[in-house]
Design a protein around this ligand. Structure first.
Ligand code: FAD
Length: 275
């Protein structure tokens, strides 16, 4: 199928992009890599009357290191991150996540900002960045604001981003010298969306622990009880993880619960056995 008719704007500045979105009254969509929006428009699951292409905005590009975090421009592609655009231990963690997204042609065009805005419940970045405690920077008609990813992710294809806001950048805290990251994604074939996903950040030096389950059918979720145990250096048994996951997943089938339990359990094993 072909998309419903729309008007195309190429934004010359971030200010212009925001103004076009505000004037569009919720019927105008940002276009980044087009890897989710394009197929949705072709299937007519999305029918924006206007597109605002932000792909040439330099303000949304680049990666910078500040005290305590790395700022990743929203237009950074999965491929650029896979290829090491972020340096150091955090860069290796992000590269690993990026390399598991789709296949290279999709990664060449798809962006980290687009993935967060789209908030597919089975996507990689929302779950990984929830474990990494990221902050999302937004620009709207009222100015700039930053939202912790816990508050940004609202549900399946739902975020705290208003229709007239653009994701500008993502801040990801630097990893301490003792930090470890576990990431386990199960999918039927390489390059597919996750059927089960576990993401874990554990830093024994600071007792920081974040345990996330993705591919829930809704937003990625943290497991506070597992985090408390991990912060104390405890490795929960698979049965305990299953008991924590069952209410989060909302009456899952035995297969779904088993798959999700294995993903989270293996991600925990990664951080607890990683020397
Ligand atoms: C075959 C295939 C396989 C895939 N497999 C995976 C996978 O395994 N894991 C995974 O995580 N993803 C997967 N994806 C999705 C891919 O990661 C997309 O790149 C991503 O979801 C959207 O990024 P984009 O830059 O292409 O955004 P677009 O498609 O351009 O936009 C997506 C949505 O976000 C909005 N948007 C985009 N950028 C911004 C911004 N900066 N500010 C505000 N709103 C914005 C758009 O208006 C639109 O609603 C797959 C896609 C395909 C086609």
């Amino acid at each position: 199928m072909k998309p419903a008719p729309f008007t195309y704007h190429r934004a010359a500045s971030l200010e212009q992009a925001v103004a076009l979105l505000a004037q569009g009254g919720g019927d105008t969509a940002v276009l980044s890599g087009g890897q989710s929006l394009g197929p949705m428009m072709n299937l007519r699951a999305a029918r924006p009357s206007q597109l605002v292409d932000i792909g040439r905005l330099e303000a949304l590009r680049g990666i910078s290191v500040a005290e305590g975090h790395v700022r990743i421009g929203a237009l950074s592609t999965h491929a650029a991150i896979e290829d090491g655009a972020v340096s150091g231990p955090l860069g290796r963690v992000l590269a690993r996540v990026a390399a598991g997204i789709a296949y290279r042609a999709v990664r060449n065009a798809g962006t980290i900002g687009g993935s967060l805005a789209h908030a597919d419940p089975a996507a990689d970045w929302p779950a990984a960045l929830l474990a990494l405690d990221a902050r999302i920077h937004l620009r709207g008609p009222g100015g700039d604001r930053a939202v912790a990813i816990d508050a940004f992710l609202a549900g399946a294809f739902e975020t705290a981003k208003a229709a007239d806001e653009v994701i500008v950048a993502v801040d990801v805290p630097a990893l301490g010298p003792t930090a470890r990251f576990g990431y386990v994604k199960f999918c039927r074939k390489p390059g597919e969306f996750a059927e089960a996903l576990g993401a874990v950040l554990y830093d024994p030096g600071s007792a920081q622990a974040r345990v996330v389950v993705g591919a829930t059918g809704s937003r990625a979720r943290r497991l506070p009880a597992a985090e408390a145990g991990l912060a104390a250096g405890l490795s929960p048994a698979a049965a305990d993880i299953a008991a924590l996951l069952a209410p989060v997943l909302g009456n899952p089938s035995a297969l779904v619960l088993k798959r999700q339990t294995a993903a989270v359990h293996r991600a925990l094993q990664e951080v607890l056995t990683d020397a």
